[in-house]
Write a protein that binds this ligand. Structure first.
Ligand code: PLP
Length: 320
């Protein structure tokens, strides 16, 4: 097995991110609940994508690239954070976003503007069309003598997932220092790289923990997660049968706030003063509350929530 420390990586995030107990939520759920503050990774408005970009942009640099092209939804946290990280590294960033009719300059689109990243919208529901447009733009850059580097949606390729293998290593060290042993780790699954890396990383560094992934949109999450765990394990030269519990919790669809997700956001904000987001972490916390109600955590193992960020989205969506 390759050690996670052997992979090319650029230092972009403020690490380690804080790990702390949620006293009021713990009291309410009669369970020790902790939170890993990956909303505080330090660039843009913070979030999980910075950890993936540490590995992806190291690869871009090693490939001699000078411009990065990536994609996501109109309110993509990943695209915004790619622009932020590229600025820090002196790389160009171009964002090709799936418009889906939501192109009003709010939330992350304001940040993309401030960060100076050119944004273009593709009016399609099919990522095949978006990738075709990215290829076309890459061709233009190549014709100008530039070397583009393409990052797929969410940075969810095995190299990006290494960021969450590393996050689990970091968390296991913090947990040991605090005398905590996690029986459960929960995060969301959007493009899947975070869940895959967390699952593999937990299997390596916190084998006693069961990992849960709450989905936030429609999609073949079983297949995507399996492919990403497998690809990341191959990259590390490790055999694994690690598998998370995947919970289908997406309400009406991706980036559509749900009543349960919004209620969960309010509960977190009103009991702990921590702001979740309506697209990912609010729905994740709603899924957690549902699991808790059904007795999934009725054992002595402590529970860890990974706060993956998403602050920009709070200012873009109408929350009922
Ligand atoms: C992208 C994102 C996720 C999901 O991560 P994936 O690796 O795409 O599954 C979760 N939370 C926030 C805030 C995100 O921006």
């Amino acid at each position: 097995m390759k050690d996670i420390g052997e992979f090319a990586r650029l230092r972009l995030a403020q690490l380690p991110t804080p790990l702390h107990r949620l006293d009021n939520i713990s009291l309410a759920l009669k369970k020790n609940v902790y939170i890993k503050r990956d909303d505080l990774t330090g660039l843009g408005l913070g979030g999980n994508k910075v950890r993936k970009l540490e590995y992806l942009l190291a690869d871009a640099k090693n490939c001699g690239s000078d411009v990065v092209i990536t994609t996501g939804g109109a309110q993509s946290n990943h695209a915004m954070l790619t622009a932020a990280c590229c600025n820090k590294l002196g790389l160009g960033a171009v964002l090709v976003l799936m418009g889906r009719g939501v192109t009003e300059k709010k939330g992350n689109l304001i940040l993309d503007d401030i960060l100076g990243a050119p944004v273009s919208f593709v009016d399609s529901d099919d990522y095949a069309d978006v990738y075709a447009e990215m290829d076309r733009i890459a061709g233009e850059f190549s014709a100008q003598g530039k070397t583009p580097y393409l990052i797929p949606v969410g940075g969810s390729v095995p190299r990006g997932s290494l960021g969450y293998v590393e996050c689990m290593r970091e968390t296991s060290v913090q947990a040991k220092d605090m005398g905590v042993s996690f029986g459960h780790v929960i995060c969301t699954a959007g493009s899947g790289g975070t869940l895959a890396g967390t699952t593999l990383g937990a299997a390596i560094y916190m084998p006693e923990a069961q990992v849960y992934g709450v989905t936030v949109g429609e999609g073949d999450f079983e297949r995507i997660t399996a492919e990403l765990i497998d690809g990341t394990a191959r990259l590390m030269g490790v055999r694994t049968d690690a598998w998370p519990r995947i919970l289908p919790y997406y309400g009406e669809g991706y980036a559509i706030p749900s009543a349960e997700g919004n209620a969960a956001m309010r509960l977190m904000a009103r009991s702990e003063g921590i702001i979740l987001d309506p697209v990912y972490t609010g729905k994740m916390f709603a899924g957690l509350l549902e699991l808790a109600k059904n007795g999934a955590f009725d054992d002595p193992g402590d529970l860890l929530i990974i706060h993956t960020g998403g602050a920009g989205g709070v200012f873009a969506l109408d929350i009922e």
